[in-house]
Write a protein that binds this ligand. Sequence first.
Ligand code: TYC
Length: 101
Amino acid sequence: MSDVDTGTRTKVKVKTERPRLHKVILLNDDYTPREFVVLVLKAVFRMSEDQALRVMMTAHRRGACVVAVYTKDVAESKATEATELGRTKGYPLMFTTEPEE
Ligand code: TYC
């Protein structure tokens, strides 16, 4: 039996989507010293003194500031590491994460 070739082909298109990035957000509080926030931003997020000061002051004035964006795993581990640094000193310093739109 001979099959009829309709000339129809199914093309498989491979679509690779980039992983969604997650923001690390610094939250303001009334107790953590400004210099300590700057120190943590420099140590964990490799910021310069200048960058760290700007981010700290933005969170201080507006309540929160986006620190950086990373893949989910990196964002979560950096937020935890930075929050832990505050805890070791008894400060309520808080970093959270959220997915980028
Ligand atoms: N508001 C704190 C103070 O006046 C400093 C501070 C800034 C704390 C930013 C947290 O995310 C923060 N000592």
